[in-house]
Design a protein around this ligand. Sequence first.
Ligand code: HEC
Length: 186
Amino acid sequence: MKTVGIIVSVLVVELILLVIFVNSGLYNVSTMSPDPGFIHWIFSNTSDNSAEHYSKGIAVPALTDSSMIVEGYGHYHEMCETCHGAPGVERSEIGQGLYPHPPNLVHSAKEMGPGRLFWVIKNGIKSTGMPGFGKTHSDQKIWAIVAFLEKMKDMTPQEYAALQNPPAAEKNTELKSHRDHERKRM
Ligand code: HEC
């Protein structure tokens, strides 16, 4: 009984100290001041294990369709590049200013499977700056982004840059189909 009493008193004192610390404002929330090792360990492991746990059993569709990959590039270029960068593309000022830092997704895509990539993109990660795109994007669009990431992990900076400036012949074809479409509407 005595031991239980001692344990409860220690826990109560620790709780009071925690409340005093939280109210003191002494913990530095500045992004310029990295978290101490054990706080970083708690957050990054909680996040990794959570994504691993909740993404288990997600059925992965075929991700090799080229129109899907092109669509995924469009979303990636528009929504992700600013924070994560890309082969040959630095993270923007926004991406550089975030803490925790947005990782290089070439490495992430090599390390994690498509199901986990899908889960993270759809749900986001609380309190990190990583948005959840499930509110604004259908599963089909999110799988297109995953299909592109699977391709991007083996891309050179030149191959990535070529996606933004497709060869002239390709541009003409796109332009032609756009014009045909406009003519039909008139
Ligand atoms: C506003 C900045 C921001 C944008 C925009 C953003 N992310 Fe993130 N993302 C982050 C941050 C910060 C993390 C790191 C979170 C952490 O450390 O737990 C992250 C983590 C991730 C991870 C987990 C990587 C890993 O190795 O654990 C994936 C996958 C990811 N983002 C994909 C994307 C994709 C795809 C897009 C675009 C559809 C995107 N993100 C847009 C900030 C962003």
